[in-house]
Design a binder for this molecule. Structure first.
Ligand SMILES: Cc1cc2nc3c(=O)[nH]c(=O)nc-3n(C[C@H](O)[C@H](O)[C@H](O)COP(=O)(O)OP(=O)(O)OC[C@H]3O[C@@H](n4cnc5c(N)ncnc54)[C@H](O)[C@@H]3O)c2cc1C
Length: 468
């Protein structure tokens, strides 16, 4: 039987272990963290994630979809919160049954570990941090001093991949680009009230504020996990702290440590007063729901957001990068995990075709997946600006209304969001090309009208079909 080393027992590594073990392949999975089922370990970057069709399809192939969806909270649309406190639901799709699901990262990871361990050929080794990988010999070396060589190695060790770092150092043709947003993120908490959700349960809540935003995803236990996306560094305020900015009221009576929207940044939110003042000004409807806001703000880490693209992913059949190790993306399309799960499904189908010919399988994998990974990385970055700015723009809101009507009326119409999120049969690169052309066309139409109700839908769909 072939033997495969997997580095990293996160979401992609654990699912991959199931796929390979199911095929009779012996897998040894080495994970840097402790055993998350026995001890409290940092589950990773976000507490919950949006699981959608590409990820569900990959889970279904190993019989894990229904199990995971049983504890997921469906989210049917974006609930946009205006600064006035007014809310508006923008459905994700005009079609019934097309929605995304909020799942617990730790719950999903543990379920995948449990499932993988049902196969005697799958073994997990915790507290084993890979230090480097020898691209010539195929040896994976660990901090503990252990050296492992199996038939091949698949690196699912995430955005900071040690294997990718070794490839960069040892392969002269290795290219890597990493671009970090000036924004970071921080997770905050809305607890349940009397066991129930305090906001509409079946929606992804967004407070878009142009230069920053907050989102909240529901958890199964009645709570929400909020994520504030904000610039790390603000403008230099020296000598000017607290003074009103141009366009701001000079009668503003906020407490000391005040931060104006134009300068808001993590480095400006340094004490309880500045945090409270910022939230009360920008997210007034959320503050009463967040009793531990200040404690959470200072206790929880501020994370970085970046896009990593690299090539090659294949080291002559001796190693392969997969998931975030190959293509980390910003989280604004909710696709990082879904894309990593799709990677696993595609790799398994190529193993079925090629058998344990790792060089052919890995080369085919990279050829198929690289253009699609690049496309979703780009779209994820573009969606940051859409969520932060456009969802609050009336033309964009009319376009979403029009798209919902088109999806309700014409079975062949899919918005770009739907192509990415609900069309697991459509490669990301195709969704990007078709979606961008369609978006441009519809934005133009919606900029010339005052209501989507004014439009003749048959006329619009014909023009969309022609534009495609
Ligand atoms: C704030 C935020 C929100 C997100 N929301 C969504 C979402 O809604 N939907 C979605 O689809 N995606 C989302 N993502 C993206 C998603 O988290 C990642 O794409 C996904 O976790 C990738 O899985 P992975 O297994 O490749 O990497 P990871 O989940 O990062 O797993 C890597 C594993 O490797 C281990 N490891 C690391 N280094 C080593 C080493 N040297 N040796 C051994 N083990 C190692 C780590 O401990 C970890 O267990 C979000 C990301 C962020 C940051």
């Amino acid at each position: 039987m072939p033997r495969v080393t997997i580095i990293g027992a996160g979401l992609a590594g654990s699912l991959l272990a199931i796929y390979l073990a199911k095929r009779g392949i012996e897998v040894d999975v080495y994970e840097a963290r402790g055993e998350m089922r026995l001890e409290q370990v940092d589950a990773g970057r976000s507490i919950n994630l949006a699981l959608s069709d590409r990820g569900i399809t990959a889970l279904r192939q190993v019989g894990m979809d229904e199990y995971m969806l049983a504890e997921a909270v469906p989210m049917y649309g974006r609930m946009v919160h205006a600064p006035t406190g007014d809310t508006k639901l923008l459905p994700y799709s005009g079609r019934k049954g097309e929605y995304i699901n909020s799942v617990s990262r730790a719950g999903l990871n543990i379920a995948l570990l449990n499932e993988a361990e049902k196969y005697p050929g799958a073994r997990f080794h915790f507290n084993m941090r890979c230090a480097d990988f020898d691209c010539g010999s195929g040896e994976a070396r660990f901090d503990s001093g252990t050296i492992v060589t199996n038939d091949t190695t698949i690196a699912t060790d995430g955005a900071g991949s040690a294997v990718r770092q070794s490839m960069k150092e040892q392969m002269p043709n290795f290219i890597e680009s990493s671009i970090f947003l000036e924004h970071g993120y921080k997770e905050l908490h809305i607890p349940p009230r009397a066991g129930d959700h305090q906001l509409e349960k079946n929606a992804l809540h967004i407070w878009p504020r142009h230069r920053f935003m907050m989102i909240a995803l529901p958890n199964f236990d009645g709570s929400f996990t909020c994520t504030l996306f904000l610039a790390h560094k603000g403008e230099n305020l020296s000598g000017n702290e607290g003074a009103p900015r141009e366009g701001e009221s000079s009668q503003c009576t906020r407490p000391t440590g005040r931060v104006s929207a134009s300068t808001a940044a993590f480095d400006q939110l340094t004490d309880d007063a500045s945090v409270l003042a910022f939230f009360e000004k920008e997210f007034p409807d959320a503050v009463p729901l967040m009793p531990t806001l200040v404690e959470d703000f200072f206790h929880n880490p501020t994370g970085n957001l970046g896009t990593i693209k690299c090539s090659p992913w294949n080291v002559n059949g001796k190693a392969l990068l997969l998931g975030d190790a190959a293509h980390a993306m910003v989280p604004f399309y909710g696709q990082g995990m879904n894309c990593a799960f799709e990677d696993v499904r595609v790799l398994a189908s190529l193993i079925d075709e090629n058998g344990p010919d790792w060089q052919t399988t890995f080369a085919d994998f990279e050829e198929q997946r690289k253009p699609n990974a690049d496309a979703i990385c780009d779209m994820a970055e573009e969606n940051f600006y859409e969520m932060r700015d456009a969802v609050a723009d009336p033309v964009f809101q009319r376009k979403r209304e029009l798209e919902t009507k088109l999806e309700q009326t014409y079975p062949d119409y899919f918005s770009k969001y739907s192509m990415v999120t609900f069309r697991e049969d459509m490669p990301y690169a195709e969704a990007k090309a078709r979606g961008n052309a369609q978006d441009q066309h519809l934005m133009k139409i919606c900029s010339e009208i005052s209501s989507a109700n004014d439009l003749d839908l048959d006329h619009v769909i014909e023009s969309v079909r022609r534009a495609n």
